[in-house]
Design a binder for this molecule. Structure first.
Ligand code: SF4
Length: 176
């Protein structure tokens, strides 16, 4: 239980590009740089899904990336949250309708926070991650409650039930 208490203070992030143009990836890297310094919230960009709490996805799902996306997501331990960074990650965006594009990532994995924009600004991404932290805390409580009541967490299609509707970060919403 102590581990869950500290998870909120130092969540580990996994960044995955499902097939975007790299524009939003550069914005995520800007968050990690000294100007926005996302590490001041205790976050570390982890390359290992088995140690990650928050998945930052960029780009639409392509035919070549969909299996890897689901595979990486399923390797992350519960509780976990997904932040879709960029318009093409949310809906397919400018790639929608292309022969190799499958659309937004929520067709394959559950998304908790949508951050629109092409590309999305670092302030928006940080606001999305802060929103994700609240969801991570709620999911942690749900799991702890299930353990206290001696019953399994609600599982639906192999994924933990999301009790709240996913939120969308408005273009004007910034943090800090
Ligand atoms: S939302 Fe725009 S900038 Fe971001 S990855 Fe997609 S096409 Fe590139």
């Amino acid at each position: 239980m102590k581990l869950n208490k500290y998870r909120k203070k130092s969540p580990w992030i996994l960044h995955y590009n499902a097939g975007g143009c790299n524009g939003c990836d550069i914005e995520i890297l800007a968050c990690l740089g000294p100007k926005y310094d996302i590490e001041r919230f205790g976050m570390i960009n982890s390359g290992n899904p088995k140690q990650a709490d928050i998945m930052l996805v960029t780009g639409p799902v392509t035919k070549r990336s969909r299996e890897r996306l689901v595979d990486i997501y399923s390797q992350m331990p519960e509780p976990k949250v997904v932040v879709a960074c960029g318009s093409c990650t949310c809906t397919g965006g400018v790639f929608r309708g292309m022969y190799n594009c499958e659309g937004g990532v929520d067709q394959y994995i559950p998304v908790d926070v949508y951050v629109p924009g092409c590309g999305c600004r670092p302030e928006q991404i940080i606001a999305g991650v802060v929103e994700a932290l609240a969801k991570l805390e709620q999911k942690t409580k749900d799991i702890e409650k299930s353990i206290r009541l001696d019953r399994s967490p609600q599982i639906n299609n192999g994924q933990m039930d999301r009790r709240e509707i996913a939120v969308e970060i408005a273009p004007g919403k910034v943090f800090g």
